[in-house]
Design a protein around this ligand. Structure first.
Ligand code: URA
Ligand code: SF4
Length: 223
C-alpha cells in the first residue's frame, strides 16, 4: 500500500482502520503485559495522531474502577489517565467523597487521544461508536484483571458503553444500576463537564453533583 493510500485510510477511519484491538492483546494477561502491548495497538486509526496509548492505572486489587471517555491533551503527553484539568476535578471530588484514588483503578473507554486542531490547541473530539468498539478488548481485559466490586462510569460515553445504550446520565446518575461487570455500578457526570459549565454557580452545582454521586458510590461499597 502506498503511503498516500495509508494516509487516506487513516483519514477516513475506514473499515480496515477499525478492525479492533483483539489481535493486539498479549497471550499472557497481566496489567503490566496489557499496558505494554497497548502501546503497539493499531486496532483503529486513533493511534496515528496520538503521542502514546494511555492505559489504565491503579492497583490490581482495587475494589473501585473508574472509567472515563478517552485521554485528553495532558494525558496524551504524560501517558497517564486523568492527570489534566478533568483529573484535578475528579481528584477533588474523590477526596470530598472520602474515596482514596490510590484505592481505585482509573481507565478510559478509548486509549488514544482523539483530537482536532483549533489554532495551536488540540481539542478533544469524541470517539465514535466504531472506535469505542475497536478499543473495547482493552477495557474488557482490564475489567477481567481488576474485577472491581464497584464500577463508576464517568460521563455518557463510558456509561452507555458499559451499562447500556439506554442509560441517561442526567436521569440515572448517582444510583445503583444493574451490571454484569461488577457487584455495584453507578454513573455520574464527566469531570470535564464541570469545567464546561457557563458560570461559577453552574460549575459549583456540577461539582456538587459529581461529589454526591461519588459519595453514593462509596456508600454502595459499604453496603
Ligand atoms: N477525560 C477522560 O475521559 N479521561 C482522561 O483520562 C482525561 C480526561
Ligand atoms: Fe487500539 Fe484503542 Fe488506540 Fe484504537 S484507540 S489504536 S483500538 S488502543
Amino acid at each position: 500500500m502506498s503511503a498516500r493510500s495509508r494516509a487516506a485510510r487513516r483519514d477516513t477511519g475506514g473499515e480496515s482502520a477499525t478492525a479492533g484491538a483483539a489481535a493486539f492483546l498479549p497471550a499472557r494477561r497481566s496489567l503490566a503485559a496489557l499496558r505494554k502491548a497497548a502501546q503497539d495497538c493499531r486496532g483503529c486509526a486513533l493511534h496515528a495522531r496520538a503521542t502514546q496509548a494511555v492505559f489504565g492505572e491503579g492497583r490490581r486489587g482495587a475494589r473501585i474502577m473508574l472509567v472515563g471517555e478517552q485521554p485528553g491533551d495532558d494525558e496524551d503527553h504524560e501517558g497517564r489517565p486523568f492527570v489534566g484539568p478533568a483529573g484535578r476535578v475528579l481528584d477533588a471530588a474523590l477526596r470530598a467523597a472520602g474515596i482514596d484514588r490510590a484505592d481505585c483503578y482509573v481507565s478510559n473507554t478509548v486509549k488514544h487521544f482523539k483530537w482536532q486542531p483549533r489554532g495551536k490547541r488540540r481539542m478533544h473530539s469524541k470517539p465514535n461508536a466504531a472506535e469505542q468498539r475497536a478499543c473495547r478488548p482493552w477495557l474488557d481485559a482490564e475489567l477481567e484483571q481488576i474485577r472491581p466490586e464497584l464500577l463508576v462510569c464517568l460521563g455518557a460515553t463510558a456509561a452507555q458503553a458499559l451499562l447500556g445504550r439506554g442509560v441517561r446520565v442526567t436521569v440515572d446518575h448517582g444510583r445503583a444500576l444493574p451490571s454484569a461487570l461488577a457487584k455495584h455500578a453507578i454513573a455520574t457526570i464527566h469531570p470535564s463537564s464541570v469545567l464546561r459549565q457557563p458560570d461559577a454557580d453552574a460549575r459549583e452545582r456540577a461539582r456538587r453533583q459529581l461529589t454526591d454521586d461519588l459519595r453514593a458510590a462509596a456508600a454502595l461499597l459499604r453496603g
